[in-house]
Design a binder for this molecule. Structure first.
Ligand SMILES: [Zn+2]
Length: 269
């Protein structure tokens, strides 16, 4: 699933393509998850934002088109004028732009979702409404991060994936950051010092991944192709291989239904 670095990459690339353009026509799959696409006809795209793993296209009329890529969602710009040629069986929504091109949303598994809301009104999108701070927010620090986790009974990895103590971290970057911070992903409570280390590790792994255009395993594509961060992962998906730090074999376990890789020697409870 695309996480913060992947969505941030797409946001930066898409901004250069669609900012200032007006949507002149649109189409969508019949599912209620994609139908909001057609509510945007006539609107000008004035800006793009990212919040956690959500992409927000700001429209001049005061609404936002919010895109969640789900597991397999991809955004593409097609220069093909004929919409039948620009789309395929996995196209779930499309927008014709006033420069003649099309913005295409493909989603093979259909876990993606679109919303059109008044700017800032996230009442119907609980994950977005209840989302914790952005990792790179200058007002966010280890103490605030710790405060948002303190007293919670869930395992630390589950807390990260919930998006509540911090926005944008999913399975890949949770495994990476917990490894770098030396924290066992099944730990339920951490000290302030370890929270400071974990926030630093999260920022480090996200920053590196953004610089490399994201991590591509299967479906994630940015507008220019694939990211290269998969070559730099030190923990995620490497179970059965030796730990870069101590040489022990990295192990795999399921934590709250999510596959988790960790080093039982380097990562402490
Ligand atoms: Zn190790």
């Amino acid at each position: 699933m695309p996480e913060l670095p992947e969505v941030e990459t797409i946001k930066r690339q898409l901004e250069l393509e669609v900012k200032g353009l007006t949507i002149v026509a649109s189409g969508s799959h019949s599912s209620h998850k994609f139908l909001p696409a057609i509510e945007t006809v006539g609107a000008e795209i004035v800006g793009l934002k990212r919040r956690g793993k959500y992409l927000l296209l700001e429209l001049r009329d005061g609404r936002d088109l919010i895109i969640h890529l789900g597991m397999t969602g991809q955004l593409q710009i097609s220069s093909l004028v004929n919409i039948a040629e620009a789309t395929d069986a996995y196209t779930r929504a499309w927008w014709a732009l006033d420069d003649g091109r099309h913005l295409i949303f493909r989603d093979v598994r259909r876990f993606g979702r679109l919303f059109v809301v008044s700017r800032g009104d996230h009442a119907k999108i609980p994950t977005l409404r209840d989302m914790g701070p952005e990792p790179f927010d200058l007002n966010f620090d280890g103490e605030k991060f710790w405060g948002l986790m303190k007293g919670r009974s869930q395992k630390i990895k589950t807390q990260l994936l919930s998006q509540r103590p911090i926005a944008g971290v999913g399975n890949i970057y949770a495994d990476e950051a917990l490894f770098l911070a030396g924290i066992d992903p099944a730990t339920r409570s951490i000290s302030l010092n370890r929270a400071v280390d974990l926030l630093e590790s999260i920022r480090f792994v996200l920053k590196g991944a953004i610089e490399r255009g994201g991590t591509t395993f299967r479906d994630y594509r940015n507008l220019e192709g694939i990211g290269s961060n998969q070559k730099f992962l030190v923990c995620y998906g490497r179970y059965g291989q030796p730990c870069d730090s101590c040489g022990s074999i990295l192990r795999r376990k399921i934590i709250d239904a999510r596959s988790t890789t960790w080093c039982s020697r380097c990562q402490k409870r």
